[in-house]
Design a protein around this ligand. Structure first.
Ligand SMILES: [Zn+2]
Length: 284
C-alpha cells in the first residue's frame, strides 16, 4: 500500500500519527510525508529558554541563532524522526508557520508530490479543526483536500498526467494539541482507532528527536501516556491514535474488526494497563 500524510508542522508527523505511520512502514507499505511549514516559530523552546539565562550561563550560539540555523535544526530533527518511524520520504515545503490562508502554491506543490507518489490513503489534519478558524492545522487539512481534488481531476490530454484517486482520507481525530471545545469542529467525532501499542517506543523516540521544541524526554512520555493512553482506554488497547474517516466506507458485509472481536468489556481495563508504563522507555 502507498500512504501519504500531510501535516502543518514537522513534529505533527510524530505526535499526530507517528504510531500509525510506523506500523504501516513496518509492514512494508510506502509511507510519504509532506510538511507544509518549517515550524521554526512554533515552540522555539531552546532558543527562548537559553535567552532567559544570565549572561554568564547563556550560550549565545543558541540564544541568538538566526533563521537559517533555527530551520536547519528543525529539518535535522524532522529527518531523524522520520528515520525512526521508517518513513519512505519526507519533504518540507518550507512555508512560514504564520500562514493564515489557503495558498494555491502550496496546493500545487502538495498535489505534485501526491500525484508522483500516487497514494491510496491520505492522513491529514481535519479541515474543520478549531471550526475552520485559521490555524495551520485546519489550513493543512484544507490544502490537502484541495490537492487531492486537484489530482483527481488531472487529465492526460490537458496535464500529461493520469488522474490519481485517493481512496480514503483519515483525518487526525480529536487533536493531541486540542485545548479548545470547538476542536476538531463541525461536530466530527473519532470513528476509528489504531492500536499503536506495538510501536509506542518508536513514537516516543520520534518525539525525542524534537529537542529544539522541548518535545523530548518527559514531554514525549507524558504526551503518549496521557493522550494515546486515554484514546487507548476508549479503544480497549494500551495506546491508540484516533482518526475520523472522510468517506463512508463500502463493505460487502457488515465489518467487525479483529480487535473488536477480542474486546472483553469486563476485564479490558486490566489488559490495557499491563504495559502502560512509557516512563521506562529510555531516551536515545
Ligand atoms: Zn502542529
Amino acid at each position: 500500500m502507498r500512504i501519504a500524510a500531510v501535516f502543518a508542522h514537522p513534529a505533527d508527523m510524530a505526535t499526530e500519527a507517528g504510531g500509525t505511520l510506523a506500523l504501516h512502514a513496518q509492514q512494508g507499505d510506502e509511507v510519504y510525508v509532506i510538511i507544509l511549514t518549517h515550524g521554526g516559530r512554533l515552540h522555539p523552546n531552546i532558543y527562548i529558554e537559553e535567552g532567559r539565562k544570565s549572561a554568564a550561563e547563556r550560550d549565545d550560539s543558541i540564544a541568538k541563532a538566526d533563521r537559517e540555523k533555527v530551520l536547519a535544526v528543525k529539518y535535522r530533527e524532522l529527518e531523524a524522526s522520520a528515520k525512526i518511524l521508517g518513513i519512505t520520504k519526507v519533504v518540507c515545503l518550507g512555508a512560514d508557520d504564520t500562514m493564515s490562508t489557503v495558498d494555491n502554491v502550496l496546493i500545487d506543490q502538495t498535489a505534485n508530490h501526491l500525484s508522483n507518489w500516487r497514494p491510496e490513503l491520505l492522513v491529514t489534519h481535519h479541515p474543520g479543526y478549531a471550526s475552520g478558524v485559521g490555524s495551520d492545522h485546519c489550513l493543512a487539512g484544507q490544502i490537502s483536500m484541495a490537492a487531492s481534488f486537484r489530482i483527481s481531476k488531472q487529465f492526460a490530454n490537458l496535464d500529461g498526467k493520469e488522474p490519481c484517486f485517493i481512496r480514503q482520507t483519515y483525518f487526525i481525530g480529536n487533536g493531541i494539541s486540542s485545548r479548545s471545545s470547538i476542536d476538531p469542529g463541525g461536530g466530527a467525532f473519532n470513528d476509528l482507532y489504531i492500536d499503536i501499542t506495538p510501536v509506542v517506543a518508536k513514537k516516543i523516540h520520534a518525539m525525542d528527536c524534537f529537542v529544539s521544541q522541548g518535545y523530548n524526554g518527559d514531554y514525549a512520555r507524558k504526551c503518549v501516556s496521557g493522550h494515546n493512553g486515554h484514546w487507548g482506554s476508549l479503544a480497549g488497547v494500551t495506546f491508540a491514535e484516533p482518526f475520523i474517516r472522510n468517506n463512508a466506507e463500502t463493505h460487502q458485509r457488515l465489518p467487525l474488526s479483529d480487535l473488536n472481536k477480542k474486546r472483553d468489556e469486563v476485564s479490558m481495563h486490566r489488559g490495557y494497563s499491563q504495559n502502560a508504563n512509557v516512563w521506562g522507555i529510555p531516551q536515545e
